[in-house]
Design a binder for this molecule. Structure first.
Ligand SMILES: Nc1nc2c(c(=O)[nH]1)N[C@H]1C(S)=C(S)[C@@H](COP(=O)(O)OP(=O)(O)OC[C@H]3O[C@@H](n4cnc5c(=O)[nH]c(N)nc54)[C@H](O)[C@@H]3O)O[C@H]1N2
Ligand SMILES: Nc1nc2c(c(=O)[nH]1)N[C@H]1C(S)=C(S)[C@@H](COP(=O)(O)OP(=O)(O)OC[C@H]3O[C@@H](n4cnc5c(=O)[nH]c(N)nc54)[C@H](O)[C@@H]3O)O[C@H]1N2
Ligand SMILES: [Mo]
Length: 828
């Protein structure tokens, strides 16, 4: 690690100064109009610019002599998005999987699965690799069946309508007899289960009140556990960059913006917002304190509560302490959340007297009792009475995939499907009912692997864990994304076979038996929509360069496996890559025509090398979520049993769970700033990273912008650092009873005292796997420290932000981070 890098990286990490730079298109455009995409003139003759796209937006990629030399936005980005600049780093990464690889012990029939992650690797031919995978599937299916195969394969993969690796895996598994999948995700594990009980919809992945009305009508915008300037740098399909554009306009408008967050986030800094530091996991007390103030000062909207909600009286009894003798007033809340009581009271007064939009993110539900945070937010918003008014109420997706960017009128691409046109030929689908009954809440995976047959509660039903013998993972990184890595290491040793398709030697690939090298999206042709809610563009995703080394497309891998299983025709339908793309495009063309929007023919579109952009109409620009419900709740009831907002849910109450009751309530988490021990006196929060998408791009040159002493940066308050003799740039050891990691200290006042922040997505890099009870992660993966416990019996979501740790200065020789290089023996 070069010393001078420490300061530079720390600076950019804290300040993200680049945020201030307006982006210009690599292709010379200035207006965002697609027609302005003109290839640069002053380039060498053998140079070309190819338009493609990724989660991080539309890309122009400059190729010279068959090699990528530069990449950037294909449409001007509202603020610089550095994620768009590292296509070459991705393609030519030192950590690419070059050839099919098999773990030595596995190849030799050694059944000691504890060798996973520390064995040697043997290069094999593609033919040999296919034979191994095919014969293993045949064996497992013959001896047991679909219930022994986990194909859930959660992860963010790459964008694309065709080369969607997880869907392709499912398509192959469906064609050959089924698999065990999962319920839910890591993003909104708690919220997506509780919200339907409260609002009748999943809420978290739905269009938001239009930004145009926010800019017009909102007086206060609250970023509540939300960091949009970071999280809007990407989208599930591909970002249309509209969300950041609108946040720019919000900033220019001079409206009051408030961030409630344990961290002074990139958004807080960039937007010049008021920061209200809060202890992680204490939003429910804060909201209760505000709710109490509203009642005390008679500022709660009783007409709204009566007309549009049910069960407020039961909640109010709890709020006023009639149930448990504890009045949940601002003074009570203040002691828990760390915000002065007068500030809590003033927030309540301001929100009730001004048009206020509560934009909530999801970090506060990724914790024990995470269900309560969003339930309480909706309860508070109901008391404020602005739901369904322009610019008022709450929104759970302004920070994600450009929620609130008006939905455009145009065409919509179709995409490859996991289910097959004709699946009757050799398997039938009798396994379907069985395996869907065996699908389990995703975040319980380690528990499932360790305890087949165990029964748990989930949202009013009983789930019985399947017995997993074979895991096939594509497009995800569980050894980074799952909590309590050391427990996962043990659980992962249970299955007989683990197969991973990967581009890179990720921590998960390293934990497999068979690793198949796959292409990046820049090595194949595809299409994607942009803006998950806005449906604003169709981006061509053109192949930029030839596949590197022996990498194959996931599609071709599963087509070959389908062939060996005798189901090639069902899998491919006889179509080539371009045949599929034309068919997806034709569906967009047809749906656009129904909307009276004319798109170019496919050939012309493909030839033109530029995105198609659709426009939103005035109605979409003025759209207000819950407006129809507000106008006429009888004619437009919600999908809840009562048709109203359920401040109290009979359905949830009747489940009888001790950890999720009939109304939002405060339940003391096992680990948080208010529940620490001498061994683990600091709370840990694990936000999403600015310069990565989870673990994606961790191996690129962007790492130099944030790594401290070549480790993941950890934000530590200056008082906490001083008490431990830690100075900025030090290597520190963060540890608790579950594990230990090294990280690089960023000493700051930008995190609440008593909490340290370590971003999710840092690659797991154990120094001494298999030799030590708690191997030391050299790089700083936060999940080595986090708890693997469901949010509650209701959602069973993941709960990483319920965690306490100790931090000390690391003395001695710090082991080198090696996870971004080829693994030992895989260099052939
Ligand atoms: N502590 C903590 N943990 C968390 C979170 C947190 O807040 N705190 N957040 C959680 C959340 S919300 C999420 S969504 C998860 C994210 O967890 P993941 O979605 O697993 O994270 P990614 O890094 O996006 O992993 C995607 C992987 O797919 C690979 N890939 C990309 N394209 C392709 C392809 O075309 N084919 C194949 N075969 N592979 C491909 C990439 O190389 C990468 O390894 O993490 C969760 N974990
Ligand atoms: N650049 C980038 N963008 C991304 C991703 C990425 O990895 N990188 N991941 C994408 C994905 S899959 C998802 S799910 C979303 C994630 O979106 P979110 O879940 O909203 O993101 P987080 O960073 O986990 O949390 C947002 C903020 O909440 C704060 N926070 C955490 N716990 C609490 C709490 O208890 N109370 C309060 N008040 N604040 C808290 C964090 O410090 C952070 O600033 O982002 C998406 N966008
Ligand atoms: Mo997520």
């Amino acid at each position: 690690m070069k010393k001078d890098n420490v300061n530079a990286s720390r600076r950019s990490f804290i300040k993200n100064s680049s945020l201030g730079v307006a982006g210009t298109s690599l292709l010379g455009g200035t207006t965002g109009v697609v027609g302005s995409l003109i290839a640069p003139s002053a380039v060498a003759a053998e140079s070309k610019t190819v338009v493609t796209a990724a989660h991080w937006g539309p890309l122009g990629v400059v190729v010279e002599d068959g090699k990528v030399v530069k990449s950037g936005p294909a449409i001007p980005a509202p603020v610089e998005n550095e994620l768009q600049s590292v296509v070459a780093d991705q393609l030519y990464s030192e950590t690419r999987v070059k050839y099919p690889m098999v773990r030595k012990g596995y190849l030799e029939g050694n059944k000691d699965n504890s060798l996973r992650g520390r064995d040697e690797w043997v290069r094999v031919s593609w033919d040999k690799a296919f034979e191994l995978v095919d014969s293993e599937f045949k064996r497992v299916r013959a001896e047991g069946g679909a219930e022994n195969i986990f194909g859930g394969s959660y992860g963010w993969k790459s964008s694309g309508a065709l080369h969607s690796c997880r869907t392709l895996l499912h398509r192959y598994l469906n064609a050959t007899g089924g698999f065990v999948g999962h319920k839910g995700d890591y993003s909104t594990g708690a919220a997506q289960v509780i919200m339907p009980h409260v609002l009748g919809t999943i809420e978290v992945y739905e269009q938001q009140t239009s930004w145009e009305t926010i800019l017009e009508s909102s007086e206060i915008v609250v970023l509540w556990s939300a960091n949009p300037m970071t999280t809007l740098r990407i989208a599930w399909t591909s970002t249309d960059q509209q969300g950041i554009e609108y946040f720019n306009k919000l900033k220019e408008s001079g409206k009051r913006i408030i961030c409630i967050d344990p961290v002074r986030s990139e958004s807080c800094e960039y937007l010049g917002a008021e920061w209200i530091p809060i202890h992680t996991a204490t939003d429910v007390p804060l909201m209760l304190g505000m709710a109490h103030t509203l009642v005390e000062e008679n500022k709660h909207d009783q007409d709204f509560l009566k007309k549009y909600t049910t069960g407020y009286d039961k909640f109010e009894a709890y709020l006023l302490g009639k149930e448990d003798g504890q009045v949940k007033n601002a003074e009570w809340a203040s002691k828990i959340c760390g915000i002065p009581a007068d500030v809590i009271k003033q927030l309540a007064r301001d929100f009730s007297s001004k048009r206020t939009m509560l934009m909530a993110g999801w970090g506060m539900q990724r914790q024990r009792h995470g269900e309560q945070a969003h339930w309480m937010l909706v309860t508070l918003a109901s008391m404020l009475g602005q739901i369904g008014l322009p610019g008022g109420g709450f929104g759970l997706s302004y920070h994600y995939s450009n929620g609130g960017a008006p939905t455009a009128t145009g065409g919509s691409l179709s995409s490859i499907s996991a289910t097959l046109e004709n699946n009757s030929s050799n398997t039938g689908q009798s396994w379907l009912a069985k395996t869907s009954a065996l699908s389990f809440p995703l975040a319980r995976i380690a528990d499932v692997l360790l305890n087949p047959g165990k029964k748990i509660q989930h949202n009013g039903t009983e789930v019985t864990y399947p017995d997993i013998k074979l895991i096939y993972w594509t497009g995800g990184n569980p050894f980074v994304h799952h909590q309590d890595t050391n427990l996962l290491v043990k659980a992962w040793q249970k299955p007989e076979t683990v197969i991973v398709n990967e581009i890179y030697w990720t921590p998960t690939a390293r934990m497999a038996d068979i690793v198949l090298p796959v292409t990046t999206s820049y090595e194949r042709n595809d299409l994607t929509m942009s803006g998950d809610y806005s449906m604003m563009n169709i981006f061509p995703m053109k192949q930029v360069v030839e596949p590197q080394f022996e990498a194959k497309n996931d599609y071709d891998i599963f087509a070959e496996l389908a062939k060996r299983a005798g189901v090639e025709q069902q899998f491919t339908e006889g179509k080539s890559e371009m045949d599929w793309l034309k068919a997806f495009y034709q569906d967009a063309f047809d749906s656009a025509r129904k909307n009276r929007v004319i798109m170019p023919k496919f050939e012309k579109f493909w030839e033109e090398n530029k995105p198609i952009t659709f426009k939103a109409n005035e109605k979409a620009k003025k759209w207000v979520r819950y407006e129809e419900f507000r106008n006429d709740p009888l004619l437009n009831p919600l999908g809840t049993p009562s048709g109203k907002i359920e401040i109290y849910s009979d359905v949830v109450a009747k489940m009888g769970y001790d950890d999720c009751k009939g109304h939002a309530s405060w339940m003391v988490p096992e680990e948080f700033a208010g529940n620490v021990t001498p061994e683990a006196p600091l709370a840990l929060v694990t936000p999403h990273p600015y310069y990565r998408l989870h673990s994606q791009l961790a191996h690129t040159s962007l790492r130099q912008k944030y790594a401290v002493n070549d480790r993941e940066p950890v934000l530590i308050h200056k008082d906490d650092a001083a008490a431990r003799g830690i100075v900025d740039g030090d290597i520190v050891r963060i540890f608790n009873k579950r594990g230990q990691v090294l990280a690089g200290a960023v000493v700051t006042d930008g995190v609440i005292k008593g909490t340290v922040a370590l971003h999710e997505g840092a690659w797991y890099d154990p120094a001494d796997l298999g030799q030590s009870e708690l191997p030391l992660c050299k790089n700083g993966c936060p999940n080595v420290l986090t708890r693997d416990e469901g949010t509650s019996k209701l959602a069973q979501g993941n709960s990483p932000n319920t965690c306490t740790v100790q931090v000390e200065k690391f003395t001695g020789q710090a082991p080198e981070v090696t996870v971004f290089k080829q693994p030992k023996h895989a260099k052939s």
